[in-house]
Design a protein around this ligand. Structure first.
Ligand code: UDP
Length: 235
C-alpha cells in the first residue's frame, strides 16, 4: 500500500479504510492500526518507543484535520476519517457477524468500557463483546491477558490513551496474533456516555481541539503540540 511520510512517520493512503479493515478481520490478517493525529505525530518526534510502534504498525490512518492539511500541502488528497468513526463502523460490521467474531474493549475508567459495550449491544444485538477497564495491574492484568488469549477476539480496541495504547498493542498483539488491534483513545468514554463528542460544527470547521480544550482545560499543555505541528506543516 502506498505510504506518505508525515514528519518522517509513514501514513498509509487508502480510499476506504473501513472495507480494507473488514476484509482483514474476515481473513484473520494480523493488523495493528494506528490512527495518527498531529498531537501523536509531535509526540513521536521525542518518544522513540512511540515512533517504533508507529513504524511497526500495519496500517497508519490519518486522523484529524492537522494531518490531512499536512498531506494536502504536499499534494496528497486524502479524505478525513476520525478514528472513533472508523472504529464504530467496524464494530457495527463485525458485531453483526455474531459470536464467531468476538470483539474486545479494553480501557477507560472502571465501568466505562462495560457501559460502552452495553450501548453497542443495544445497537447491534448480535455483537459479542468482552471488556475490561484500563487500570488493571498484577494478577488482574495477567488474567485479562489470559482471557484475550482464550477468546481470540477478531477485533480488539484498546483505549488507554497515547502512547500507552500503541505500546501496549505492540507488546501484546501476540496474545491474539491474527486480530485487528486499534488504539482508540477516549472512544469508550464517548460510547459509554461519560464524555461528549464535539458538536458537528466544531468537527466540520477543524475546531474539535477547541471543544476538547473547553471540556478538559488541563489538556492545554499537551495541545501546544498543535500549533507546533501546524508550523511544521507550513514549512
Ligand atoms: N486510560 C486508561 N488507563 C490508563 C490511562 C488512561 O484506561 O492507565 C484511559 C482513560 O480513562 C481515557 C483514555 O485512556 O478513557 C484516554 O483518553 P484520551 O482522550 O486522553 O486519549 P488520547 O487523547 O490520549 O488518545
Amino acid at each position: 500500500m502506498k505510504t506518505f511520510p508525515v514528519l518522517g512517520l509513514p501514513i498509509h493512503l487508502s480510499e476506504n479504510y473501513q472495507d480494507l479493515l473488514i476484509s482483514r478481520v474476515e481473513n484473520n490478517t494480523p493488523t495493528h492500526v494506528v490512527t495518527m493525529n498531529s498531537e501523536m505525530a509531535m509526540m513521536a518526534q521525542k518518544n522513540t518507543d512511540l515512533a517504533t510502534a508507529i513504524n511497526k504498525a500495519d496500517l497508519v490512518v490519518p486522523d484529524g484535520s492537522g494531518v490531512i492539511f499536512y498531506l494536502k500541502r504536499r499534494g496528497q488528497k486524502q479524505q478525513r476519517i476520525a478514528g472513533i468513526e472508523l472504529a464504530a463502523s467496524l464494530i457495527e460490521a463485525i458485531g453483526k457477524k455474531g459470536k464467531d467474531y468476538p470483539i474486545c474493549f479494553y480501557g477507560g475508567a472502571k465501568g466505562v468500557s462495560e457501559k460502552a459495550a452495553q450501548a453497542w449491544k443495544e445497537k447491534v444485538t448480535s455483537a459479542h463483546i468482552i471488556y475490561n477497564h484500563g487500570y488493571l495491574s498484577g494478577q488482574e492484568l495477567d488474567d485479562w491477558c489470559e482471557t484475550i488469549k482464550k477468546v481470540q477476539p477478531k477485533l480488539i480496541l484498546v483505549g488507554l490513551g497515547v502512547p500507552r495504547q500503541e505500546l501496549w498493542i505492540m507488546n501484546h498483539r501476540h496474545l491474539a496474533p491474527n486480530a485487528v488491534w486499534i488504539g482508540v483513545g477516549g472512544s469508550f468514554d464517548i460510547w459509554g456516555g461519560v464524555k461528549e463528542r464535539a458538536p458537528e460544527f466544531f468537527c466540520n470547521n477543524h475546531l474539535e481541539w477547541l471543544y476538547r480544550l473547553y471540556q478538559e482545560p488541563s489538556r492545554w499543555r499537551r495541545m501546544l503540540a498543535l500549533p507546533r505541528f501546524f508550523i511544521k506543516a507550513m514549512i
